[in-house]
Design a protein around this ligand. Sequence first.
Ligand code: UFG
Length: 338
Amino acid sequence: MRRKILVTGGAGYIGSHTCVELLAADYDVVVIDNFSNSKPAVLDRIAAIAGRAISWHEGDLRDRALLQRLFSQHHFAGVLHCAGVKSIPEAQQFPLKYYQHNLEASLTLLDVMSQHGVHKLVFSSSATVYGEAARLPYREESPLAPNTVYGRSKMMVEELLHDLVQADDSWHIGILRYFNPVGAHPSGLIGEDPNGQVNNLMPHLCRVAIGRQDALSVFGHDYPTPDGTGVRDYLHVVDVAEGHVKALQHISAENGLITLNLGMGRGYSVLEMVRAFEQVCGNHIPVRFVARRQGDLASYYADASRAADILGWRAKRGLLEMCADAWRWQSNNPDGYL
Ligand code: UFG
């Protein structure tokens, strides 16, 4: 009998790649997603890659009645909680929305899990919880001081998870702090397809390369970094997905709470990303230097040694592979999922 895992936000960018790896590791998968930043079409693509269907439910995690039905219908061995809203500028403008979708939704999910005796959870957190205070590279025990509403919404969920394990040692919890996931599944069937406004670097690079945008706006070129542009720890989304499966396997065997960075452990600047992308797509990417983006830090990257020591996980796929897979996804699906 396969163990069944609930993936919240399973139609999203990280969630969809994680479903593929869970299916490959012989789990059964049930997805709940409200499709606020994803499309149901992705679920057929996941099934095509895996050669096996997944069941899915459309809905919001704050809908307690829906969650009750789901947990009564299925016996879950654990939950991967990837659902959430993630735009930093939007969060600054609409903090209530961010606390509702990231914090309130998590509270409802945890409450229903607890009622149904499901105590294994892997939570999608973000490197943005560290903020400016921490020294580089960011280690899991570095101080947390997020400088945005989005970052605080993730930190608050982390704090409540700590309180939960303090009070009840039957919980098995993994907190994964992602750095900058990019790229796409090598099949070219699934990838990042943001609805509405695009914020992140890689989708912008793809849009310029394919001619949907005339130039890449580089936010700031006067940072104290080697070429003046922002430095981030980019890692392949399939590595992130594999990290989830390893984290799930680890927490299944051990109770308590573990927090892990998922990063490469080194940074690349915006201009290094542009050059790597040009190399794989063969097109020139025009850039336009503009003002710094509010809330951006100059540079950060992970100390990823804890995930290596504890899970035996490393981000294996390099920068050119990240760019080549992103480009394959973009060229095969110029308009994303239809
Ligand atoms: N950048 C540009 N031009 C763009 C987009 C981005 O120059 O059009 C630059 C940014 O200034 C930054 C770098 O590219 O230096 C990466 O920016 P992203 O928006 O891709 O990623 P961020 O590091 O800002 O944030 C991402 C996610 C957050 C998450 C954070 C955690 O968007 O949700 O990583 O590391 F919290």
